[in-house]
Write a new protein. Structure first.
Length: 273
């Protein structure tokens, strides 16, 4: 499909239409060899509640955003490089079906399709694009993923101390390391995780201690390393796409998959051929 659509006028028109829908708030999407393979509305499981989002699948990136007017106006554009993506199929909940997780090094979140057929089609196209990209670039699949955020409605009490009850005055917070919903007292620490952000992020007390221990262990290992005789120019890994919205649950052993958090009534538009 990519070879068939690449460098065609219809592909250029489709990409231009997507850029126009995002307007000045979006980034340019047209690149030589980039092909728009499909688009559709998926339900994204966010921190507060599930929300419909428009998704565009290209042969090298996944783009999504908020819907202002379908087919005419979108905002909050997010771009995810596909070579950073790992997919995980999830079981249905009582109110949300056809779910899967999109995992990346910077952010992980859950989406659901309106039907099982649509989920299979999305997963098939995503997996094929990821395989092709990895084989072309020679990169290994991403092994370290950001934790998805557990939805606010998953719990009425802090998931760490299990004592503090949330209310209008007692706010919920999320640990950026484990994704748990925690109270302020259990998440007063900040820790620098360069993979996620250039600034220190809120973490729960347990993750803070674990991160500190890992940092000390790495520092000790570095001190044992002999000084190199000659050091050349240091390389760097490019950043993987900026994205910050709130997501879904993990730790199934504590928070069962059939918890009734979600509803789904969304439409779908097909993949291009």
């Amino acid at each position: 499909m990519v070879e068939h659509l690449a460098n065609t006028e219809i592909n250029s028109q489709r990409i231009a239409a997507v850029e126009n829908c995002f307007g000045a708030s979006g980034q340019p999407l047209a690149l030589p060899g980039r092909v728009l393979l499909g688009e559709g509305i998926l339900t994204k499981e966010c921190r507060k509640k599930p929300k419909p989002r428009i998704f565009f699948l290209f042969n090298d990136i996944l783009v999504y955003g908020s819907i202002i007017i379908n087919k005419r106006n979108y905002n909050s554009q997010h771009i995810i490089p596909l070579e950073d993506v790992t997919l995980e199929t999830l079981p249905d909940t009582l109110q949300m079906k056809n779910r899967w997780m999109i995992k990346t090094s910077k952010k992980s979140f859950v989406v659901s399709a309106a039907s099982l057929t649509e989920r299979k089609e999305w997963l098939s196209h995503l997996e094929e694009c990821i395989r092709h990209l990895l084989s072309t670039t020679g990169r290994q699949p991403c092994r370290e993923h950001a934790a998805p955020w557990i939805p606010d409605k998953a719990t009425d009490i802090c998931m760490r101390c299990t004592q503090t009850k949330f209310s209008t005055l007692t706010r919920r917070h999320h640990c950026r390391k484990c994704g748990f919903v925690v109270c302020a007292d259990c998440s007063r620490q900040r820790f620098l995780m360069p993979r996620l952000s250039p600034k220190p992020l809120r973490v729960c007390n347990l993750c803070y201690r674990q991160l500190q221990a890992e940092q000390k262990k790495e520092a000790a290992a570095d001190r044992r390393q002999p000084e190199p005789i000659h050091s050349g120019m240091q390389g760097y890994e490019p950043s993987s796409g900026d994205d910050s919205d709130k997501s879904d649950d993990e730790r199934a052993e504590q928070w069962p998959a059939d918890t009734e958090f979600y509803t789904s009534q969304v439409s779908w538009s097909s993949f291009h051929s």
